[in-house]
Design a protein around this ligand. Structure first.
Ligand SMILES: Nc1ncnc2c1ncn2[C@@H]1O[C@H](COP(=O)(O)OP(=O)(O)O)[C@@H](O)[C@H]1O
Ligand SMILES: [Mg+2]
Length: 582
């Protein structure tokens, strides 16, 4: 798992190798300085040799300068390596997410993916930097300082050994306790991000329903959860500093006390005692840093798992080995199709669907919400795979086609469609990036969008805000239809795509379809019977099954659901039908 992630270091391999080396350089220089100090005191100050003091003092300056370079180099390359690693990792994750099917995205949720791309990667970046800089430095510094101390005076230095073991054991327990909480925190970020994302992206709805207080409360809870966990974790970690101080000062007192006695009897020099005191800080600080490295590592294991989950997720829709590129015609056949969104669920969303749609036919689809209309059409462009049975498009199983080719020739206007920030032309060219201005305008004429676009001061160059918030619902729907038309598809699917368009314009769009793209198979999902009654045939969906399939007249005569809906819609006066006037 760690190895797959480390692959992302890529071009930052050298920076990653240089960092610990620079840090080692710093350690070596740090170790030299107390030794030189001892020499200044013993051979310079005590012996009254001013020349020696200058000479060694100069060496100390050089050592300090080299140490500084080591420290700076380590910091610089450490930052570069970890930031580069994070960038590569994000890029790989992002590209991988682009291959996800709808089902993959359903599994992680959008908020979950956002957290993994942001918080988790940042977390890993920090841990990586810490490891590069401290993983070698701390143990090396501790061991060197211990070695130096022992070579000066083994008996006195055993005090350090005891201190290291004492501090080490206590730190181990503190860290183990704290890590538990740190690891709990990260999944909570999913909740927080879900709350932010849902709320901010739907802020207009929240305001319209005056739900700000409710949403604020929800956010506060998610935020508060993270706060509590971090406070609990930090409650443990705060003991580190006083504990460290206590150990350091105890050591200093012991060394000074015993050392002073030894100096009096002449078994230790003043300079040597100064060096021993300097190493004290080195040894214990390093131990402390090392314990922090372990905190970072264990904190990041949760993130590593979450990132790996994304990287190891394979899209459950794969292209076949020898994909077909060309859809022969617009015919659609369903053979005993069962479908459910979750592999292990018993209940099918679509049950034993059999259909035969000819190329160029216009098919209306009608049914209550939740009757699986959207699910039915999403299978045709292979946004999901069937659970059993098969779907043929142009006479071939949809799984035999190259997915991109299939989706270019089966154009769907999704129920919750969105526009992106950019001009109208930019948005239209999502359908076909090479479309000329004339082709774009032609598609808009078919979708009855041309008139209102021309009425904008900037016409086709009008800037659409993110999510299409500066055009009306009906205008947005017509732009989405135009975008789908630009693909010049063999099959065009409109999933409730004219619900916000007035009936007269709706009729004009359908007439344009009939006259200008007669050979394209059209599937039109609608709530209004008036939107489908002139279709060649109409499917009536009911709880995941086909309840009726035929022309308007046939269904009126034979299908009670269809008749009921028709009667309720006409008597409601929604349409200027003869019946309503009776
Ligand atoms: N992405 C999804 N994951 C799980 N269940 C879903 C998903 N989309 C729709 N469903 C379920 O499938 C059923 C049919 O939904 P849908 O096809 O959207 O109906 P319709 O378009 O007719 O309103 C509903 O019970 C709905 O809850
Ligand atoms: Mg739907």
């Amino acid at each position: 798992m760690v190895r797959t992630l480390l692959k992302e270091v890529k071009e930052y391999k050298w920076a990653s190798i240089a960092t610990p080396l620079f840090m080692l350089l710093e350690v070596v220089m740090e170790m030299l300085i107390p030794l030189l100090m001892a020499s200044i005191i013993d051979d310079g100050v005590n012996a009254g040799d001013i020349g020696h003091i200058y000479k060694v003092g100069g060496l100390m300056l050089v050592a300090a300068a080299i140490g500084l370079i080591g420290g700076l180099g380590g910091a610089r390359y450490g930052a570069k390596a970890s930031a580069g690693f994070a960038r590569n990792l994000r890029e790989t994750m992002f590209n991988h997410i682009q291959t996800f099917s709808f089902a993959n995205i359903d599994k992680f949720s959008t908020a979950g993916l956002v957290t993994r791309l942001t918080t988790d990667v940042t977390n890993l970046q920090n841990a990586y930097q810490m490891v590069l800089r401290m993983m070698m430095r701390s143990p090396a510094s501790m061991l060197c300082a211990l070695f130096m101390a022992f070579s000066i005076n083994a008996r006195l230095s055993s005090i350090y050994l005891v201190a290291v073991i004492f501090l080490g054991i206590i730190l181990f327990f503190i860290i183990r306790h704290a890590t538990r909480y740190f690891r709990m925190a990260f999944p909570k970020y999913d909740e927080l991000n879900a709350s932010i994302q849902e709320n901010v992206s739907a802020i207009r709805v929240v305001k319209a329903y005056v739900r700000e207080d409710h949403e604020t409360e929800k956010f506060k809870t998610a935020s508060q959860n993270i706060y509590h966990i971090f406070v609990k974790a930090e409650h443990n970690v705060i003991f580190n500093a006083p504990l460290m101080q206590f150990t350091v000062y105890t050591c200093i007192i012991l060394i000074s006390w015993i050392g002073a006695k030894m100096i009096v009897v002449g078994s230790l020099t003043t300079g040597e005692m100064m060096s021993l005191l300097a190493y004290c800080m080195n040894i214990l600080m390093s131990l402390m840093m090392l314990s922090m490295v372990f905190v970072m590592i264990s904190m990041s294991t949760a993130s590593i798992e979450r990132i790996s989950e994304v990287l190891n997720e394979t899209s459950d829709l794969q292209n076949p080995e020898h994909p077909l590129e060309e859809v022969a015609d617009g015919s659609i056949t369903f053979k005993h199709v069962n479908f459910s969104y979750h592999k292990d669920s018993q209940e099918y969303v679509l049950k034993d669907i059999n259909l035969d749609i000819h190329s160029g036919e216009t098919i209306g689809i009608i049914g209550g919400t939740g009757s699986a209309k959207t699910s039915l059409v999403n299978l045709i462009s292979r946004l999901y795979d069937v659970s059993s049975g098969e779907i043929l498009v142009g006479g071939r199983d949809v799984r035999d086609y190259d997915m991109e080719a299939l989706r270019n020739q089966v154009s769907v206007v999704l129920q919750n469609n969105v526009l992106f920030s950019g001009t109208i032309y930019d948005n239209l060219r999502w359908g076909n990036k090479d479309a000329t201005d004339e082709e774009c305008q032609e598609a808009c004429r078919l979708a009855c969008a041309d008139d209102f676009i021309r009425a904008f001061p900037d016409g086709y160059n009008t800037y659409i805000e993110q999510g299409g918030s500066n055009v009306s619902g009906g205008q947005k729907q017509r732009l989405c239809i135009a975008r789908a038309l630009l693909k010049k598809p063999k099959i065009l699917i409109l999933d409730d795509s004219t619900s916000a368009v007035d009936t007269a314009t709706d009729a004009r769009i359908r007439r344009a379809f009939r006259e200008d793209i007669p050979n394209t198979t059209k599937l039109i999902i609608a709530q209004r019977i008036s939107s489908v009654q002139d279709a060649d045939r109409i499917i009536v969906m009911e709880e995941g099954e086909i309840h009726g399939f035929g022309t308007h007249e046939e269904l009126l005569a034979s299908n009670e659901i269809y008749r009921e809906v028709y009667e309720s819609q006409t008597s409601g006066g929604g349409d200027f039908d003869e019946k309503a006037g009776d």
